[in-house]
Design a protein around this ligand. Structure first.
Ligand code: DAT
Ligand code: MG
Length: 151
């Protein structure tokens, strides 16, 4: 919808692979507004909340191990339809099914090392932003290029 926000996280493999700048560039270049950013090694309790929908699945424990294995770069982006478009920019969950030109399609090979996370709905975005950032860590600023990005 109109000027919504999404949570995009560069996973530890994305950090190790040196694609942090590339991923941020893609969102900036598209015209989305960066409103929060930090690097952290996520505590297990945070990852349990973040991935609670997957608890009990066979990939759940390896997933928490992987995402907790090193620092991630947590970001929040704002703009029209950024949740849906952001997911398209990421590509499919399985990089083998991601189109070239998407982040996972350009940098990944297997689902268990798929480089980046993005919220999949408005409710997930709100929940995830609230889990990873305190309200004062999210900046409300005016994009001066806005009139050239939106009509
Ligand atoms: P997405 O990250 O595209 O929203 P998801 O929410 O279904 O995908 O799963 C969360 C993450 O869990 C995903 O990015 C990678 C991991 N995962 C999902 N399915 C998996 C599987 N079958 N094998 C290994 N890892 C998996
Ligand atoms: Mg998901």
């Amino acid at each position: 919808g109109a000027s919504e926000r999404t949570f995009i996280m560069i996973k530890p493999d994305g950090v190790q692979r040196g694609v942090v700048g590339d991923i941020i560039r893609r969102f900036e270049q598209r015209g989305y507004k960066l409103v929060a950013l930090k690097m952290l090694q996520a505590p297990k309790t945070l990852l349990e909340s973040h991935y609670e929908e997957h608890k009990g699945k066979k990939f759940y424990e390896p997933l928490l191990e992987y995402i907790g294995s090193g620092p991630v770069v947590a970001t929040v982006w704002e703009g029209t339809n950024v949740i849906t478009v952001g997911r398209k920019m990421l590509g499919a969950t399985d990089p083998a099914k991601s189109e070239p030109g998407t982040i996972r399609g350009d940098f990944g090979i297997v689902t268990g090392r798929n480089i980046v996370h993005g919220s999949d709905s408005e409710s997930a975005a709100k929940r995830e932003i609230g889990l990873w950032f305190r309200p004062e860590e999210v900046s409300d600023w005016k994009h001066t290029a806005e009139q050239w990005i939106y009509e």
